[in-house]
Design a protein around this ligand. Sequence first.
Ligand code: ADP
Length: 306
Amino acid sequence: MEKIKVFCPATIANISCGFDVLGVALDAVGDEMVVRKVDKKGISITKVVGQELPLETEKNVAGVAGLEFLKASDYSGGFEIEIYKKIKPGSGIGSSAASSTGAVWGMNHLLGNPFSKTELVTFAMEGERLASDVAHADNVAPALFGDFTLVRSYTPLDIVPIKAPSELYATVIHPQIEIKTSDSRKILKTTLSMETAIKQWGNVGGLIAGLLQNDYELIGRSLEDHIVEPIRSILIPGFDIVKNASLQAGALGAGISGSGPSIFAFSKGLEIAQKVAIAMAEVYDKIGIEYDVHVSKINQQGIKIL
Ligand code: ADP
């Protein structure tokens, strides 16, 4: 095979209580990419359609992740990459992660899968370093593995895939304001009290147990963030109103998607998830901020061939 076309899913990272360690892949939103094997060494980004993004290899996360892959590989040729961007950069639903993972997953497939998914995560994390100054794995891991993932440890990298309950749906609203991931990281505190830490790891454990036991109520109770949300939510206009409207409409819980400004909610069943979408949208209609809203099943597969 010389060429492959892939779907690269959008992802929700952090999921309230799991800053930098939890993420989940979505079905309804994602980019498309074409990866082509060529004799010329290196990575060329030949096309970006849908958004203004750099074509220079070192400035595009797909190029940076691809170069990491080539460094570790004994393949002597190179690759050309086309990106069809549907996920807006800076939206907080893993736009950069979709490109980084799509590039390395496609390259790996064309070479007969020499690298494991965890190795692909390490290459894609370098793309995340370019996008946000931090090589975090909480978007790239679910994009590659599908479903929910827990980054149990960064050194050494230990990724734990977690199956989502079958009726779990996500609603995500993206208010059209820009927050840079690097900026929304800078405002976070770097120390916390034991009391706060205890609350937070109780919720992380509760969320994982809820997912594994199909306990929707426990999932909802565990969607609490005592560390990041109280600070970051200040950057998102109407955050508290959108969150409350989601809960009123029947959502299990809601929080900031990644570094924002997108807000996510989880619901049991498509019908409630759609009601939540309407409730969220009404808030931004009233405030007068434009938005995109998505309702999605959890993506069980991660990146796939189109
Ligand atoms: P998101 O949370 O949606 O991934 P980020 O703010 O983390 O958004 O990443 C977007 C940043 O990465 C932007 O500054 C964008 O210019 C840069 N970038 C470089 N290449 C890409 C790419 N292929 N896809 C998306 N963003 C890219």
